[in-house]
Design a protein around this ligand. Structure first.
Ligand code: F6R
Length: 617
C-alpha cells in the first residue's frame, strides 16, 4: 500500500511526469499525496490530504520545478489522514526528503531516541523518523550511501524508500525490503517506482529490485548495493546488475483509461482480451503440466488467498473436486496461521494473489515453508514478493489492473486455475488426453462468452438498478454458484457501499431468511452442478422477496407456478459445461455494481478505506 515514484533527468522539469506516475499508482492508496523536487540549492515540496485530483486543485503542484523529484500517494497506516502526515517527510535541516511505502516496526523506540537527541518530529508517521535517522547518520558517515546503509540497519520492518539529499542534487537514493520497488533505466533519465505502470512512459527497461538492496539513480547512472547480515554492505558488480535488467512488453496505453470514464469499466470490458491472453500465454507453457505434476503427487492441497483471489480459489476447489476428484482445503490467508501447525511434509500450498504482495498471503507462504511445505504461486505480477518466496509460479498475464476492485484479474485467475485443473485431471487419469483437450477447447471459447455476457448484462441492468432502493440484498448460490455469489456481493459492497450478503442457498433457511420481507432483493446464482437451487428461489419468492435468478439461458430450473413472480437474468448458454459458468455469470455483478456506484455518485476506482494491495497485517 502507498505508491512511491522518483524521477531524475538532465534538464527537464519532472513534475508533470511525477503527476502521471502518481495517477498510475493511485490504486495503491489515495488518502494523501505529495511531491518534492530539488531546485538549485533547496528541496521544495507540496503535500496534502485527499486524492491526487483534490490536492492538485488545492495546491498547485505544477508551481514546483526541478529535474530530480520524488512523489507519494498514501494509504494511511501510522498516523491519521491529514496534511502533516502526508509524504514527503523532511529531516530537521530540510536537506533530506523521504517518501516511503511500508511500516517501520521499531517506530516507538526510534521516536524516543530521536526526540531525546533534540530532533523535532512534526508528524505521527513512522516515515518521518527515517528522515531524522538519516540526518544523524549522515553527520557520522563519509558518504550518503554509508549513512543510508547505517540507517537501514537500525530499522525493522517493511519499506521501499525514495530519498532526496540536497547535496547530491541529481541523485535519488532508494532502498527496498518487502515492499516492491523497480528501477526504470532510460538513456538520460532514470526512475524508481512501486509498480511498472508508473514507468511505462519513460522506459521499458527495468530492474526488479530485491529485498535488502539499496543505492541511487542519477540521469546517466545507477548503483545498487546489498545489505549484509551484521550491518555491512557491498556494491553489486556490473555482471550481477546485467542479469537483473529486463525488458517489459507493456505499453503506456495498458495503464490509461483509454477513453473510458473509469479504470474499472475499462477493465470490465477488457475481460475478453485479458482472458484470451491468459489462455494463449499459458497453454503452451510447460509450467502448467509441471505444476499439475507437483499437485498430483502432493498429499493434501491447501489453497490460500484473500478477497477476490479467495473466490477464484473457491471456484478452483469446486472444479478440482468435480473433474479431478481431488479434495482441496481453501483457507482465507489471514486465517491460515491458525491451522498451519497441522501442515505435513508432503502437503502443498497454492497461493493465489493478483498483486503478489498481499501480506496475509505472504505470511501463509512463510508458515508453509517453515513447515517444509512446497508452495505454488498464481499471480499477475512478475517478480512480486509472493513469486520470489514460492517454489513455483504461474502467471495470469491479464495486464495491469488499476481499478481497486478486482474484475479482469478474477476471471483471468479462474481461467488459469481451470486450465490447471484440466491438466491435473489428466495427470490423475480422471480425464484422458482427448477429454482434457476438449475442456481446453471449451475454455478457448470463454472470451466470446464473456463478451456475450457483457452485452446481455448491459441490457438487463437498468431494470435491476431499481431493485437496490433497499439498502441490503442477498446473493445466494450452491456448489460453484457460492463462489460467484461471494464475488458478486464483495463487488457490490466495496464500490456501492450497499450491503450485499452472499450465502450458500441451502444455508439460507437456517437463519438469513428471517430478514426477507416484501421486495427484499435476492439474487439466485444458478449453476449446472446445483439444479436444486430452484427450491431456494421458491422459498424466497413465497416470502415476497424480489427474486432474480441469474443463470445460463439453457439451464432449466423446476420453478412451477412460482415462475411468474421470479425475474430471470438469462445469460449466454453454457451447455452445462461447468468451467464456462463463472465467465457467463460473473460479468452481470461486476457491471451492476459499477453502474450502481456511478448512479449513487461514487468513484468506483477509489472505494473508501481500500487500497489495491494490502501489505499490512
Ligand atoms: C476486491 C479486491 C480485494 C483483493 C484482495 C487480495 O475487489 O480487489 O479483495 O482481491 O485484497 O489481493 P491480491 O489478489 O492482490 O492478493
Amino acid at each position: 500500500m502507498c505508491g512511491i515514484i522518483g524521477i531524475t533527468n538532465k534538464k527537464c522539469n519532472v513534475v508533470d511526469k511525477l503527476i502521471i506516475g502518481l495517477q498510475r499508482l493511485e490504486y495503491r492508496g489515495y488518502d494523501s499525496v505529495g511531491i518534492a523536487v530539488i531546485n538549485g540549492d533547496s528541496i521544495n515540496f507540496k503535500k496534502g490530504a485527499g486524492d491526487l485530483d483534490t490536492v492538485m486543485k488545492r495546491l498547485s503542484f505544477t508551481d514546483l520545478s526541478g529535474s530530480t523529484g520524488i512523489a507519494h500517494t498514501r494509504w494511511a497506516t501510522h498516523g491519521g489522514v491529514n496534511d502533516i502526515n502526508a509524504h514527503p517527510h523532511m529531516d530537521c535541516t530540510g536537506d533530506i526528503a523521504v517518501v516511503h511505502n511500508g511500516v517501520i516496526r521499531n517506530f516507538a523506540s526510534l521516536k524516543l531516541e530521536l526526540e531525546s537527541k533534540g530532533h523535532k518530529i512534526k508528524s505521527e508517521t513512522d516515515t518521518e523518523l527515517f528522515a531524522h535517522l538519516l540526518e544523524d547518520e549522515e553527520k557520522k558517515s563519509a558518504t550518503f550511501i554509508e549513512a543510508l546503509a547505517k540507517a537501514l540497519a537500525r530499522i525493522d520492518g517493511t519499506y521501499s524508500f525514495a530519498i532526496l539529499y540536497k547535496k547530491d542534487p541529481d541523485k535519488i537514493y532508494f532502498a527496498k525490503m518487502r515492499s516492491p520497488l523497480i528501477i526504470g533505466v532510460g538513456e538520460n533519465i532514470k526512475a524508481i517506482a512501486s509498480d511498472l505502470p508508473a514507468l511505462l512512459d519513460m522506459t521499458k527497461t527495468v530492474i526488479l529490485l530485491e529485498d535488502g538492496e539499496f543505492g541511487y539513480i542519477s540521469p546517466t547512472n545507477f548503483e545498487i548495493y546489498k545489505l549484509l547480515p551484521g550491518g555491512g554492505y557491498k556494491k553489486l558488480n556490473l555482471e550481477q546488475i546485467t542479469l537483473k535488467v529486463k525488458t517489459v512488453e507493456l505499453t503506456p496505453e495498458a495503464a490509461s483509461k483509454g477513453g473510458y470514464q473509469h479504470f474499472m469499466i475499462k477493465e470490465i470490458y477488457e475481460q475478453p482480451n485479458a482472458i484470451r491472453e491468459t489462455f494463449e500465454g499459458n497453454i503452451e507453457d510447460p509450467a502448467l503440466s509441471k505444476a499439475a505434476e507437483i499437485i498430483s503427487s502432493s498429499n493434501r492441497i491447501f489453497l490460500t488467498a484473500a478477497g477476490t483471489s479467495y473466490h477464484a480459489s473457491l471456484v478452483f476447489s469446486k472444479i478440482l473436486a468435480k473433474r479431478a476428484k481431488l479434495f482441496s482445503y481453501p483457507i482465507i490467508s489471514s486465517e491460515m496461521s491458525y491451522v498451519s501447525s497441522t501442515f505435513q511434509k508432503d502437503d502443498l500450498l497454492i497461493a493465489v494473489s493478483q498483486s503478489g504482495e498481499t501480506y496475509d498471503t505472504l505470511q501463509a507462504i512463510r508458515d508453509a515453508k517453515k513447515n517444509g511445505v512446497k508452495v505454488i504461486a498464481i499471480t499477475n505480477v512478475l517478480g512480486s514478493a509472493i513469486v520470489r518466496e514460492s517454489d513455483f509460479s504461474l502467471y495470469t498475464r491479464a495486464g495491469p489492473e488499476i481499478g481497486v476492485a478486482a474484475t479482469k484479474t478474477f476471471l483471468s485467475q479462474i481461467m488459469l486455475l481451470e486450465m490447471l485443473s484440466a491438466f491435473i485431471s489428466h495427470e490423475r487419469k480422471e480425464l484422458d488426453k482427448n477429454e482434457r483437450n476438449k475442456i481446453l477447447d471449451y475454455l478457448r471459447y470463454a472470451p466470446n462468452l464473456i463478451q456475450s455476457s457483457l452485452e446481455a448484462s448491459d441490457t438487463l441492468i437498468p431494470a435491476l438498478l431499481n431493485l437496490h432502493k433497499k439498502n441490503s440484498s442477498y446473493i445466494l448460490g450452491r456448489g460453484l454458484g457460492v463462489a460467484i455469489a461471494m464475488e458478486g456481493a464483495l463487488k457490490i459492497k466495496e464500490i456501492t457501499y450497499l450491503h450485499a450478503e452472499s450465502y450458500p442457498a441451502g444455508e439460507s433457511k437456517h437463519g438469513p431468511i428471517a430478514l426477507v420481507e416484501k421486495d427484499f432483493p435476492v439474487y439466485i446464482v444458478s449453476t449446472s452442478d446445483a439444479p436444486e437451487i430452484a427450491g431456494n428461489a421458491i422459498e424466497m419468492a413465497a416470502r415476497n422477496a424480489k427474486v432474480i435468478v441469474v443463470k445460463p439461458a439453457d439451464l432449466k430450473l423446476e420453478l412451477k407456478e412460482d415462475r411468474k413472480s421470479i425475474y430471470f437474468a438469462d445469460m449466454p448458454p453454457s451447455n452445462s459445461i461447468i468451467e464456462l459458468e463463472p465467465f457467463i455469470l460473473t460479468p452481470l455483478f461486476q457491471l451492476l455494481s459499477y453502474r450502481l456506484a456511478v448512479e449513487r455518485g461514487y468513484n468506483p476506482d477509489k472505494p473508501r478505506n481500500l487500497a489495491k494491495t494490502v501489505t499490512v497485517e
